[in-house]
Design a protein around this ligand. Structure first.
Ligand code: CAA
Length: 391
């Protein structure tokens, strides 16, 4: 590989569902202090998923926002990273490829490692582009975070997808050469094949997250000689926005110099969208990146640190340099969020229980309340039926 060739994120787009709940309302219904949710956990709103949406429809919607006809011709590979797969065998990327109308001559695969796998997807895509610089890889991070009604994790649910094109001469972020991955066999969060909601040891998971961040950052610093002062921002996987604060404070300690202030301000800018949507599992780091790029004090040439974490557990710290045309190559997340409708806690609970999940029966969903471009129309003979919604 030509060491000077820049490879990275060329474009990014985000999609979520049309409905959300206000978490202050959820707190009241659950008998909790609203400040616990909005300040203690750091979440204001949460995406509500109708039965007509899943990772395929969300992933296709995100990707559809960024693809030009030229992009479509250059895509050689579609990688869909998810915790919330809809089939134990067939890759969800195949359904997405079909909905997007991509050429049959593409490679399609699904990746899994809790909230981490989109980062693996980006690193694999980087390898593909290094070998074949004319190729572009579509990496989609799509998830529906489900902990269950009235559980401690409920306030940290969420849903959505981030689609990214990985190419040479990228317009958003050129990836740094050095990255540090760390894997240990740890039971902090998992989901057996028979479960539609995650099993989690919540407090333990936050401690493992912080430990993995510190270990990967330290090793990165040892390998490169870079210090915190060399970063304009550090972006985190945000299962809930307070998690990013806990991790950043774990390395800043008592520091309140210019670097510490800059990193704290950058963190706040990266949390804006996650506060309104919730946990996207493997997409959360990348929604945080979009949030920072659209709400932070960003300029071309800035070096960003990215910390990816997936329970189970795997962490990775890597970096990227912001490119001059970044702003024009991101979908307008704030404007999409403003178009959503708030629903009651009762309607959220109905939607939560109406998911297809493990249901094996034939079913036809009412599509009249879902304005999304791609919908799950139902299930027939154990096959999910997807369609474009031309409303
Ligand atoms: N006003 C302000 N703050 C308040 C408050 C009030 N009235 N009442 C409570 N708080 C604060 C608490 O002091 C606490 O703050 P600190 O964490 O800073 O101490 C915070 O609100 C949360 O309170 P609790 O610790 O009592 O919350 P909880 O026991 O209900 O559970 C949780 C919190 C463990 C995060 C739970 O929501 C959970 O299990 N979530 C899912 C697991 C998760 O997201 N883990 C993250 C790491 S794993 C990962 O990143 C992968 C992934 O995506 C899952």
């Amino acid at each position: 590989m030509n060491k000077k060739m820049k490879i990275g994120i060329d474009k990014m787009a985000f999609a979520t569902t049309n409905n959300y709940i206000d978490l202050r309302e959820l707190a009241k219904v659950r008998g909790d202090e609203p400040d616990k949710y909005t300040i203690g956990i750091g979440q204001d709103q949460q995406a509500v998923v109708p039965p007509t949406q899943d990772i395929v429809t969300l992933g296709a919607a995100a990707a559809d926002k960024l693809l030009t006809s030229e992009d479509r011709q250059r895509i050689s590979t579609v990688i869909l990273a998810t915790e919330s797969g809809i089939d134990n065998s067939k890759a969800s990327a195949i359904y997405v490829k079909h909905l997007l109308g991509l050429s049959d001559f593409v490679r399609t695969v699904e990746l899994k490692e809790a909230c981490y796998s989109a980062t693996a997807g980006i690193q694999f895509a980087r390898g593909i582009v290094a070998l074949n610089p004319q190729e572009t890889v579509l990496v989609i991070a799509a998830d529906i975070a489900r902990y269950g009604l009235s559980t401690p994790g409920e306030v940290t649910q969420g849903a959505g997808a981030v689609a990214m094109l990985i190419s040479q001469d990228p317009h958003v972020l050129a990836l740094g050469q050095t990255s540090v991955s760390l894997t240990k066999d740890i039971m902090d969060f998992w989901r057996p094949l028979y479960a539609t909601e995650a099993m989690v040891d919540g407090k333990y998971s936050t401690n493992v997250y912080i430990d993995f961040f510190k270990q990967t950052l330290t090793r990165y610093q040892q390998l490169t000689g870079r210090r915190l002062d060399d970063f304009t921002a550090i972006l985190f996987h945000l299962p809930f926005t307070k998690m990013g604060k806990k991790a950043l404070e774990a390395v800043l300690g008592e520091r309140n110099d210019a670097t510490a202030q800059r990193l704290r301000q950058a963190l706040t800018a990266s949390q804006v969208y996650s506060r309104q949507v919730g946990n996207l599992y493997t997409g959360s780091l990348y929604l945080g990146l979009m949030s920072y790029l659209q709400n932070g004090a960003v300029k071309a040439g800035d070096r960003l640190g990215l910390f990816s974490y997936g329970s189970g557990a795997e962490g990775e710290f890597y970096t990227g340099v912001v490119q001059p045309a970044f702003a024009a190559n991101l979908s307008n997340v704030q404007s999409d969020l403003k178009k959503r409708q708030q629903v009651s806690i009762e309607d959220y609970e109905i939607a939560f229980n109406d998911q297809l999940g493990m249901n094996s029966a034939d079913i036809q969903f009412d599509l009249s309340n879902d304005p999304a471009k791609f919908v799950l129309a139902g299930q027939k003979n154990h096959q999910r039926i997807y369609q474009r919604n031309d409303k």
